[in-house]
Design a protein around this ligand. Structure first.
Ligand code: MOS
Length: 731
């Protein structure tokens, strides 16, 4: 097989679906036009723990247009089979909607009203009277007992700490964050006999398919899930949440298609969040800045019914060449809903603590923070001794320092002023795993020379429509405008969840394989066809460019896909292909980032403004540079939110979420966002996957918050170890 010319991959394309989005033609979950649809509105519990003692739905049912009020008193018992195709924490017991009188968290769905109009359903939902036998909830991470720990150890960290030349001890507290995508979660469900079709906001159509099948006790083949457009998710759409089940249940009960869209307020109740953390870190180093020991003690919140897990120990094990490490992580089971992965899950939280601590150590020793990190660069993965596939963190820092003007700074804290503003700069390392999963794809070339490529993947924002089109276009030798990539339908060839930054590597490699097979098939047809100008040519000497099969080095000799198909009376050619990462790699594979931030802190008011940020990424090959930039900028914006603004507030007296709206839950807006710049190291990682990419999706968020915290320290001399960093903390 001759390598194909790469014309589309690496080109700064705009989103191929951009026009559909800006003209309102892209259909999000609640926007699909389904005939005969009626509306469901969820009633949420107003207590965090207890039992429902009574439900009075008479006033609601008396409203015109109301079809049904479903509660645990009249809902059918559902199968709730175990579902192995799920991202639910193992060993827990997922929330079962309307199956009993138990209330396990504030905002739990306790009833649903179905009506012919949304307005009727909303009004009737307000009229449902529910009484509770209330128990005192525990929702405070600080004051509640922890579950049994998970631990990791290498070397003897306590001993090494005892003999270290420099010892530091830090405590961090990270607030709960909610994903807050622009598009709220929504589901439309329709039963056709015993077959269920669902239009859903999801990062995993196959996951929703299997969960609905398990809950309703029907075969997975009877469930089809459609999700062509997702208005942001950041992890919140990786699980099949209770409202999806409610929509399908309501549709079955009223015998009509049902639309259920969560309100913005309900987006804070049962669709996941980044858990609050408490993180104690002790660090030992020699005087030259070689870290000899790290002791990590973490705890984070989870629900009582599921033991949430995220990868919060990885960075502590592999980021730096620390010989002695001990880690202990405990969940604290509370009367809250179950958390879920959010933007760089686990890694973001751990990176804030570790990278803040490295900054403290740099000041303690009088070593430049970048130099300190370079002194602790490992030659191999210190957690398992494996070679890195690629690890170019040094280059990230070198390139970033030059671009950012790092060495112009006065290292002394509180040394730079601009009027009333204290100016500071900070750095931090970002790092995220290279996840890959099994994926399949389908491709077809039609008689008109255009191609369709499909995989049951998703585009929650990273630009999957575009990047997959680019990969397919080059492998098929077609112009981008002649390739249509389709996704978001569980009947398509299966793909993994769009999470853990695995889509480009996994689905991209499947698309490449599929497109290679299709091109090879066309070439074979041509070289064996006596009527083709390519007859008798060695197939390995044929490339396809601009839709034309031609001899490499002799482009005049060839023909188009259209000519080939027409002469063979063909309407189309199809191929199926796949990617399977196979057995565990002998390499350690991660993406890396050097994050730089400059902040200004109002010396009198404590107000923090980010002035500029730069990210330099070692993410392997960049398929779609413009969308990589979009992702990187989004990651920096999210990181600014985590660092300075985002904070879900719970009233621990009754477990109520106090700021369940976008006016009181602060997220960055345009006025908070300065000049952000992203740079990618040129290159590829051929150990990671066939198309040479590493992960980018989560990487861009990790390291942002500590870079900002470190800049705040440089500006003010004040170390803030609680997130978000507030004005109060700086006064
Ligand atoms: Mo990402 S938090 O795995 O959507």
């Amino acid at each position: 097989m001759s390598p194909q010319p790469q014309a589309a991959v690496g080109a700064p394309l705009s989103r191929v679906e951009g026009r559909l989005k800006v003209t309102g033609q892209a259909k999000y979950a609640a926007e699909h036009d389904i005939g005969g649809v009626v509306h469901a509105v969820v009633v949420d519990s107003s207590v965090a723990r207890g039992r429902i003692t009574g439900i009075d739905a008479r006033a609601a049912l008396a409203q015109p247009g109301v079809l049904k009020v479903i509660t645990h008193l009249n809902a059918p018992r559902l199968a709730y089979r175990d579902n192995p195709v799920s991202l639910a924490p193992r060993g827990g017991r997922r929330l079962r909607v309307f199956q009993d009188d138990r209330v396990q968290f504030f905002g739990q769905p306790v009833a649903v009203v179905v009506a012919t109009t949304l307005e009727a359903a909303q009004h009737a939902a307000d009229l449902v009277e529910i009484t509770y036998d209330v128990e005192k909830p525990s929702t405070d991470l600080t004051d509640s007992p922890a579950d049994e720990p998970q631990t990791y150890a290498r070397g003897n960290a306590e001993q090494a700490l005892g003999s270290a030349g420099v010892r530091l001890e830090m405590s961090y507290r990270l607030s709960r964050n909610h994903h807050n995508p622009m598009e709220p979660h929504a589901t439309i469900a329709r039963w056709d006999g015993d077959r269920l079709r669902v239009w859903d906001k999801t990062q995993w159509v196959i996951g929703v398919q299997h969960e609905l099948a398990a809950v309703f006790g029907i075969p997975a083949e009877s469930v089809r899930v459609i999700s062509p457009f997702v208005g942001g998710a950041f992890g919140s759409a990786l699980r099949t949440w209770p409202h999806v089940i409610v929509a399908a249940l309501a549709a079955r009960e009223v015998g009509r298609p049902v639309k259920l869209a969560l309100t913005r307020r309900q987006m804070y109740f049962s669709v996941g969040y980044r858990p609050a953390y408490e993180y104690k870190l002790r660090l030992g180093s020699d005087r030259r800045g070689r870290v000899t020991a790290m002791v990590h003690e973490l705890k984070h919140e989870t629900s009582r019914y599921e033991r949430f897990w995220e990868a919060n120990l990885v960075l502590g094990q592999m980021l730096y060449a620390v010989p002695n490490v001990s880690q202990l992580v405990r969940t604290v089971s509370l009367d809250v809903s179950t958390p879920l992965w959010m933007r760089g899950p686990g890694y973001s939280s751990a990176a804030f603590c570790i990278e803040s601590a490295m900054d403290d150590l740099a000041y303690e020793l009088g070593i430049d923070p970048i130099e300190l990190r370079l002194r602790n660069e490992p030659d191999e993965d210190p957690s398992n001794g494996r070679p890195f596939s690629t690890r170019r963190l040094r280059e990230c820092f070198r390139e970033g320092a030059r671009e950012f003007g790092w060495h112009r700074r006065n290292p002394k804290p509180r040394s730079t002023r601009d009027g009333d503003w204290l100016i500071g700069t900070g750095v931090a390392t970002g790092c995220y795993d290279v996840w890959r999963g099994q994926a399949q794809a389908y491709a077809r070339i039609d008689a008109d020379g255009t191609a369709v490529v499909e995989s049951a993947t998703h585009d929650a924002g990273p630009g999957t429509y575009t990047s997959m089109t680019q990969v397919a276009a080059d492998a098929l030798g077609l112009e981008v405008r002649h390739v249509e990539f389709r996704l978001g339908d569980s009947t398509m060839p299966p793909a993994p969840p769009q999470g853990a930054s695995q889509t480009m590597a996994s689905v991209g490699s499947a698309v490449q394989d599929t497109s290679d097979k299709l091109r090879t098939q066309a070439i074979k047809l041509a070289v064996e066809d006596e009527g083709s100008p390519l007859h008798g040519v060695n197939a390995d000497d044929v490339v396809v460019s601009g839709g034309r099969l031609q001899v490499k080095g002799d482009p005049a000799r060839g023909e188009t896909y259209q000519q080939l198909l027409a002469r063979n009376n063909g309407t189309h050619l199809i191929a199926r292909g796949s990617y399977n990462p196979g057995a565990e790699s002998r390499f350690s594979m991660y993406g890396y980032a050097a994050m730089f931030a400059e902040v200004a802190v109002d010396a009198r008011l404590g107000l923090v403004r980010v002035r500029r940020m730069l990210g330099v990424y070692d993410a392997g090959r960049i398929i779609s540079p413009k969308l990589a930039d979009s992702q990187a900028i989004g990651g920096m914006v999210g990181g600014i939110g985590m660092a300075l603004l985002e904070h879900t507030v719970t009233d621990h007296r009754d477990g109520r979420i106090v700021n369940a709206n976008l006016a009181d839950y602060l997220v960055p807006v345009n006025a908070d966002i300065p000049d952000l710049k992203a740079i990618y190291l040129d290159g590829r990682d051929d150990e990671a996957d066939p198309i040479g990419v590493k992960s980018l999706g989560e990487l861009v968020q990790i390291g942002v918050a500590p870079a900002i915290a470190n800049a705040v320290f440089h500006a003010t001399g004040r170390r803030v170890r609680d997130l978000p960093i507030t004005a109060e903390a700086l006064l």
